[in-house]
Design a binder for this molecule. Structure first.
Ligand SMILES: C[S@@+](CC[C@H](N)C(=O)[O-])C[C@H]1O[C@@H](n2cnc3c(N)ncnc32)[C@H](O)[C@@H]1O
Length: 184
């Protein structure tokens, strides 16, 4: 399904302010991962500003990793200023879902292309770490990426193509949000 940013923003409220957080909410809901009575426990390997959690503010406990401490939109429950592969150091016994939104940019310029993103090949590494964490906890992995991600042995249980709009390009390529589950 292709969803346009303007369609999402027309819903108003959180969707107008941070449309990607509405996509995340929709996917978590579709995948049956939201809990009406308890906060959902999320392990996010590439936290950024926590924009993804704006629509589920107060309904999630997010254990977050990032190599940078940005100005948070939503404060994580716990934060480690470390690279994605350090997720085991939280010592969590269980989580509900793992999230990875690795750095990428469809443009050949801008802050997303800065040198530190290229080091350690963060993109592939963090997706692989997300898959490892998902396997470790036997839980789904929510991925945001410019392409559809479906490694061998994994099913896509919910997905959305998101057509964003930015000042850099009026019609950028859509990006993919999906929930992966290990095949049994
Ligand atoms: C696209 S942004 C994530 C945005 C986030 N989903 C949000 O809602 O704000 C990608 C993030 O990955 C982080 N990052 C880059 N390399 C990383 C690494 N090796 N380990 C953890 N985080 C990393 C960047 O610092 C950046 O904040």
């Amino acid at each position: 399904m292709l969803v346009h940013q303007v369609e999402v923003q027309r819903k108003g409220g959180a969707c107008a302010k941070y449309p990607s957080s509405c996509i995340v909410l929709q996917l978590l809901d579709q995948a049956g991962l939201l809990k009406p009575l308890h906060p959902i426990v999320i392990l996010d390997l590439t936290y950024g500003q926590g924009i993804f959690y704006y629509s589920i503010k107060g309904k999630a406990m997010v254990y977050a990793l990032d190599i940078r401490h940005l100005k948070w939109v939503i404060k994580p429950y716990r934060f480690m200023l470390k690279s994605c592969e350090h997720w085991r150091e939280f010592g969590l016994e269980s989580v509900d879902v793992i999230v990875v939104d690795p750095p990428f940019s469809p443009y050949k310029r801008g802050w997303e292309r800065r040198k530190h993103y290229e080091e350690n090949c963060s993109v592939v590494k963090c997706i692989n770490e997300g898959l490892k964490a998902a396997e470790h906890y036997s839980r789904p992995l929510l991925v945001h990426y410019p392409f559809r991600v479906q490694p061998y042995g994994w099913d896509v249980s919910a997905e959305v193509w998101f057509q964003g709009w930015t000042r850099l390009s009026k019609l950028p390529k859509p990006t993919w949000f999906g929930i992966l589950r290990k095949e049994r």
